[in-house]
Write a protein that binds this ligand. Structure first.
Ligand SMILES: [Zn+2]
Ligand SMILES: [Zn+2]
Length: 461
């Protein structure tokens, strides 16, 4: 039942002199979307930015009769686009509605690749995505102060090659040219089924020093890192198989020291490592929860959190309610999960809100120790508003002195405030703060020294 229709029923109940028992009021829940692609594989939007915000804010009612409204969201594109080559071997939707493809003669514009699966053309990194995101962010003027004066959107830098140190250069440059706008990097991809093998040039890898450098720079500048890497390959069969688990764990451990100042997770492993070919066998699913548990319970990985974004992941979790509740319903583990839609440039309201409905059953499990609102919104706020991260981003904007960009600068680069520490007293005790902020300044200065070219990009004299 839509909200409006329910309103009419209630009004009718009153008109009839209260003969009908009034429906109990629906529960209201606010969500923060940690994983939203505003642009698709062709750098195209589904709906204009302010419309998307309206759709999110309006929200939807789940089967449990809970009204969900998205009150804050990340904002990013897709780093890759596919070479548009009409002469490449090409398949198109057969129109049977079952996802089957037929081979066809090439033509422009019908053959523009809109998703990475149907054609064989390679994918390449398109850095133009990030200025598009910054522009969209600033164009949504109401969005800049939609949350009691705070911005609705948390933009993220995606248009870099994680196997190239120029990626770090790009991140510093975007932070300089658009001061105060970006609060994260990613979602970027290391292992992803058909995508990884189609990328032009070097295939992303955890062994690559460039990747370490990119994570180093992002963490120093107060940016949350959103990493996609499948834990499983298509060839994995049994509960013991997880092709990329060990190497991902090793990477996560290796980069841990970059996050040492922060007491909130700074790296989100997207989809909990589940990919398109998520294991369907029950014992394998339980093994997955066990793998996550091993990371969550080891203090060496305190900087790592997980998003449960993507309808594949929602289905996976719903298939194992007991296993999931056992994993999540522990105060410390529950603090490490964030919800996300993984919606990809939705073209209408329903395309976005249907994903929320996929999670209704997961949110409504009666958790006893770690409330569902942690994953719904609180953890997101805790991570993105970590006062040290805010300080690093603001300090960088201040130090690089970029003034060309005029996007309500006072809103997007607010001066530091003691209020930022509200709610973080346990994590950052008062007596340690000055020292921590000094350490942050040192880290930011070091990055500025390493990437002078990127910082010079905005100097006019
Ligand atoms: Zn992903
Ligand atoms: Zn995604």
């Amino acid at each position: 039942m839509t909200r409006c229709f329910r309103g009419l029923v209630m009004a009718a109940a009153f008109a009839a002199g209260g003969l009908w028992a009034a429906e109990p009021a629906a529960a209201q829940e606010a969500l923060h979307d940690s994983h939203f692609h505003y642009l698709n594989y062709n750098q195209d939007l589904g709906m204009p930015i302010a419309t998307v915000r309206g759709v999110m804010t309006h929200g939807v009612q789940g089967d449990s009769r809970t009204d969900y409204s998205v009150t804050r969201s990340t904002l990013f594109g897709i780093p890759l686009q596919q070479r548009w080559d009409p002469s490449a071997l090409l398949a198109r939707d057969a129109g049977h509605g079952d996802g089957s493809f037929t081979w066809g003669a090439p033509s422009i514009p019908d053959d523009e690749p809109v998703y990475y699966l149907p054609t064989h053309s390679e994918l390449y990194y398109y850095s133009g995505v990030d200025p598009l995101i910054a522009e969209a962010y600033c164009d949504d003027v109401e969005g800049l102060t939609a949350r009691d004066g705070a911005p609705f959107w948390d933009p993220s830098i995606t248009g870099f090659n994680p196997a190239d140190v120029h990626g770090a250069d790009h991140i510093v440059r975007m932070m300089t040219v658009y001061p105060g706008i970006f609060r994260a990097i990613g979602e970027f991809t290391i292992h992803k089924e058909a995508v990884a093998t189609k990328i032009a040039g070097a295939t992303p890898s955890f062994d690559n020093e460039a990747l370490h450098e990119i994570i180093h720079v992002a963490s120093r500048l107060g940016l949350v890192v959103i990493l996609h890497s499948d834990m499983y390959s298509l060839l994995d069969e049994g509960p013991e198989d997880a092709a990329y688990y060990d190497e991902t764990k090793l990477l996560l451990k290796d980069v841990g020291h970059y996050f040492k100042n922060y007491k909130t997770p700074g790296l989100l492993w997207a989809h909990t490592g589940i990919g398109r070919f998520a294991p369907k066998d029950r014992t394998i699913q339980l093994a997955h929860f066990d793998r996550l548990q091993r990371i969550l319970d080891d203090p060496l990985y305190n900087h790592v959190g997980f998003d449960i974004a993507w309808d594949f992941v929602a289905r996976f979790i719903r298939g194992n309610p007991a296993g999931w509740a056992n994993l999540y319903d522990n105060a410390n583990r529950g603090k490490r999960f964030v919800w996300g839609s993984d919606s990809l440039s939705p073209t209408n309201q329903q395309k976005y809100t249907d994903v929320i409905k996929d999670y209704d059953a997961i949110f409504r499990v009666p958790y006893t120790q770690a409330p569902a609102r942690l994953m719904q919104r609180d953890n997101y706020a805790m991570i993105f508003d970590d006062p040290l991260r805010r300080y690093a981003r603001g300090y960088f904007a201040h130090r690089t002195g970029a003034t060309k960009w005029n996007c309500k600068r006072d809103t997007v680069v607010p001066p530091p405030s003691d209020d930022w520490f509200k709610g973080y007293d346990d994590l950052y005790p008062k007596e340690e703060r000055q020292e921590l902020l000094k350490a942050i300044e040192k880290d930011v200065d070091e990055v500025i020294g390493l990437y002078p070219r990127a910082v010079r990009a905005v100097q006019v004299k």
